[in-house]
Write a protein that binds this ligand. Sequence first.
Ligand code: JB3
Length: 215
Amino acid sequence: MSDYVIIGAGGHAGVILDLLIARRENVLFLTDADPARHGSQLRGVSVTGSDDRLTGLDPTTVNIALGIGASGTDLPARLTTRRAIADDLRNRGYRLPSLIHPAATVSDGAVLDDGAQVMAGAIVQTGARIGHDVVVNTRAAVDHDCDIGDGAQIAPGATLGGNVQVGCDVWIGLGASVIQGVSIGNGAVIAAGAVVIDDIPAGARVAGVPAKDIH
Ligand code: JB3
């Protein structure tokens, strides 16, 4: 059992807290930037204050779990910000271990970089690499030999075929599908329900079946 602090106390943090409890880890407390959340509890664990609550904690004995997800219209900027928060914590000496829910299926032949999070029901097949601070969310599927760049998020129920290359800070929306062998450039946003059958350039926003540019 390891000690953890969760950064953020919203929806994603609740799911991360469940994951850590399911893994029988010890969650000391949560922090949140919003003072309105301070003093509240999630599953009996306190939201004690903002990130200055980390001051005085020994980074060699306490792990950090990033409990901030991403939402809103300013994706992928939020993903970039989220990754910067993680990097700042690493620069301060904290460890952000990769986290796999016990009900996820992750091949021994897959590689997870630190900070990667794989939620309940997700599947990661052999040869896949899941980059730093990536979220493979509930029931998403990342098939063989996919490469998921740092900070990307695969929303619940999204499906990637084999050998899909996903850049950094890419958002793949709820239930989207990406056929095998496609490349998606850094910072692209794939809308919920889209079906991607061609390469997507960096920074593009696509939606629909088949997915088309919506800039
Ligand atoms: O769709 C799913 C399954 N999950 C979504 C997830 C990927 O993204 C979820 O439904 C939400 O859309 C979103 O979850 P998230 O990021 O937890 O959103 P929200 O419930 O708004 O909570 C974010 C919390 O992070 C807020 O309470 C912010 O105040 C807090 N926060 C933002 N920046 C921070 C910081 N907290 C700390 N400690 N430090 C920060 O720098």
